[in-house]
Design a protein around this ligand. Structure first.
Ligand SMILES: [Zn+2]
Length: 714
């Protein structure tokens, strides 16, 4: 790897320091084995079953050994714990099972390094850090600690590579400055930017890094490979104001880009963002007992995001564009990793870019944050089609996450293995489903074939075979397993209380759970204690034992997303939910990119149905700048709209620019202020609009997940 990458760091988190040479990532296969747990430790960790209260005290005492004496017991029980012997044994088994001596990924991830920003640190104009790899210095150790799955440790170290890399002369990638990559393709006079990272600050830093090493060039075009925010959020950072205003720089995206970027990120945004905390672990401390990676990259990026409307949509496979003298051949891949996604091949550079459909992990068919379930069969077919179109032509293949692969043969092998990974998961899930197995039973039964198990890029760091098969089941059969006992079960609190009663009360459950915890039966212990915590959310012993249990599941998990989910669950049980600042209003650029129908859709999902009982409100809208007219209609507690018409019986009529409405929603002005400024003409009773807006919910940034909801939602 190059000098400026991870190797530059000499400061390592914690008390000790390492020299730069010790922290180099290059060629450090993880071939060392864990030492088996020492007899002393085993002895300490397998005690005769103590009575309930003693067990907790013992746990605290173990932790207290390295802590100041005056530390309170309550604080001790809030700290992350050691890995238990059963988890250490699982980690050792994984070290023995996987080909850790194969270090080609480390070579590939470092190949072509040109330079970087120290620690990949990016700040916003106010000096706030939006991205930095400095807190991940602990990953300099080549040997995985007992609290991290060694396969995940390997991936976490690979994802530490950061900077600008040459893929082939004329094609560059900025990696490690965000969870996603920016690919830069040089044209005759400018540069084509493929994907713009999550934040405007990140995109600007990435482009500056490129300019520093390759010289200043105009941005000739921006390409969005797909609809996820980490691929378009920073677009404003690579486009100058005048380019945006004149539309002189094309923004190219797959068909239906806007619809899906909006429906995936805005309609379900509040629920998705909270759930995403469990997927990515942004509130976990980074460290060997905390967040180490996300599988696809390090973490979610902070910073400012704005959605820009594409100016040129790719509609069909086989379409070509010549951009700044460079020919692109496109392949459509809708309903794969994203609902709108595309791949491309560049003959001039013999470069294949498979966006996010052929990455160095088994991707998600349904991420934990929640999404439309993805189509594994279609995904596999697109990879097969890419082979038919370009196998043997591409000499380098890159994606929009992770590192490239070079050489015709290796590219062919990787695409075939990824094609078959998704096909195998799909077909075998359906086969088992048609034998009558339910989703949970399929997850327990299915095993990847040896040829895919041993391929590093097939490992489930982000998606995982055990949750991807549930997504496939959901796609075809939905949430219901057809057993009527699961048709209308009591919700968590009510059923929790009955379980606790049937199981003989909290103390009996805790006593059994402690025994099973010591035996390493973490999955069932979590299930049982989950009922207890929902029945008795203030039962501290239950919360702490469940936290300890989730933590062990997290330590053992190979999937980064599983680890993050388990460890964040443990943290919230111990410490409660983190405080999050209030949600900022939607940026004006994003609003401006939305069609008016989409704005009404967003308004509709905020309507509080019960509050709207018996109300009928009809409002006419006329937008002077776009020429659109709408009727907005509230009745039967549902908000609907009709385009192209006006209602004769409307309660009120408003004429204004769409841009004015955007400013109101972005909280740059208020509706009464806009009226006072003469920006809105109105007729009828404008208070009916105020009445409608009074029926809208504001969504909380945080809500309980591992324990009962404290707020009553109706
Ligand atoms: Zn992505």
């Amino acid at each position: 790897m190059g000098e400026g990458g991870f190797a530059k760091r000499s400061r390592v988190r914690g008390s000790h320091r390492e020299s730069p040479s010790q922290v180099s990532l290059r060629r450090q296969p993880l071939i060392r084995r864990f030492a088996p747990p020492s007899p002393t430790r085993e002895k300490r960790r397998t005690p005769v079953r103590p009575p309930p209260m003693m067990a907790i005290t013992r746990e605290m005492r173990l932790d207290a050994r390295n802590r100041p004496e005056e530390t309170k017991m309550t604080e001790l029980s809030r700290s992350p714990k050691d890995a238990t012997p059963s988890v250490i044994a699982q980690q050792t088994a994984m070290l023995n099972a996987l080909p850790f001596s194969d270090a080609r990924d480390f070579d590939d991830a470092a190949r072509g390094f040109l330079g970087t920003i120290e620690n990949a640190a990016i700040t916003n104009p106010q000096g706030r850090t939006v991205w930095s790899l400095e807190p991940y210095g602990f990953l300099s150790a080549d040997e995985a600690p007992p609290t991290v799955n060694p396969s995940l440790w390997r991936q976490s170290r690979l994802n530490m590579q950061h900077g600008l890399f040459e893929v082939v002369p004329g094609v560059y990638q900025v990696r490690g400055l965000d969870i996603a990559n920016m690919t830069l393709i040089e044209g005759d006079s400018g540069v084509i930017v493929v994907d713009t990272l999550t934040s405007i600050e990140g995109a600007r830093a990435a482009l500056d890094l490129y300019f520093r090493h390759r010289g200043m060039k105009p941005v000739a075009a921006v390409i969005f490979t797909h609809t996820h925010t980490d691929h378009w959020g920073g677009a404003r950072g690579v486009l100058e104001e005048d380019a945006l205003a004149t539309g002189a720089v094309p923004i190219i995206a797959p068909n239906l880009f806007m619809e899906h970027a909006v429906s995936e990120n805005i309609i379900a945004g509040p629920a998705m963002l909270r759930r995403a905390q469990y997927q990515f672990g942004p509130f976990l401390a980074k460290g060997v007992r905390g967040q180490v990676d996300c599988g696809l990259g390090k973490s979610m990026a902070a910073g400012s995001v704005a959605l820009l409307r594409p100016t040129d949509l790719i509609m069909a496979t086989g379409e070509r564009r010549v951009i700044d003298g460079v020919e692109f051949e496109f392949q459509m891949a809708p309903n794969s990793e994203a609902p709108a996604e595309m791949h491309f091949f560049i003959p001039r550079y013999k470069l294949l870019n498979l966006a996010e459909n052929c990455t160095h992990n088994f991707h998600n068919l349904l991420p934990f944050r929640g999404a439309d379930v993805r189509d594994a069969l279609a995904w596999s077919k697109y990879l097969g089609e890419a082979l038919r179109l370009w196998d043997g032509k591409a000499e380098a293949m890159c994606g929009q996450h992770h590192w490239p692969v070079w050489g015709r043969e290796r590219i062919g092998i990787m695409i075939r293995q990824q094609r078959d990974l998704y096909k195998f998961a799909h077909d075998q899930t359906i086969r088992l489903m048609n034998h009558g197995l339910t989703a949970a039973e399929i997850a327990e039964t299915i095993q990847l074939p040896k040829s895919l198990e041993g391929a590093w890029h097939g490992r489930g760091y982000y998606g995982h075979i055990r949750h991807n098969v549930k997504a496939i089941y959901q796609k075809y059969l939905g949430w219901y397993d057809a057993n009527p006992v699961n048709l209308d079960p009591l919700p968590p609190v009510a059923s929790g209380k009955k379980y606790v009663e049937y199981m003989g009360g909290a103390d009996a459950i805790l006593a059994r759970a402690r025994t099973d915890f010591d035996k390493g039966e973490f999955r069932f212990v979590a299930q049982a204690l989950g009922h207890l915590v929902f029945a008795e959310p203030d039962n501290a012993a239950a919360r702490h034992l469940l936290a300890d249990t989730l933590e062990q599941l997290g330590y053992a998990a190979e999937s980064a997303t599983w680890r993050n989910a388990y460890l964040f669950g443990a943290q919230e049980l111990r410490q409660g939910m983190p405080k999050a600042p209030p949600r900022p209003p939607m940026p004006r650029e994003t609003l401006a990119a939305l069609r008016t129908e989409q704005l009404w859709d967003v308004l509709g999902i905020r309507l509080n149905g019960p509050k709207a009982e018996g109300k009928h409100i009809v409002l006419n809208w006329r937008f002077s700048d776009t020429g659109e007219i709408f009727v907005l209609n509230l009745e039967n507690c549902a908000l609907t709209y009709s385009e192209g018409v006006q209602a004769e019986n409307a309660d009120a009529s408003f004429t204004l620019a769409r841009a004015t409405l955007d400013e109101v929603i972005a909280k740059l002005t208020s509706f009464p202020e806009a009226v006072a400024a003469g920006k809105v003409q109105l007729a009828g009773n404008p208070m009916r609009l105020a009445e409608l807006m009074g029926l809208m919910d504001e969504f909380p940034r945080m809500f309980e997940i591992v324990e009962p909801k404290r707020a009553v939602v109706g």
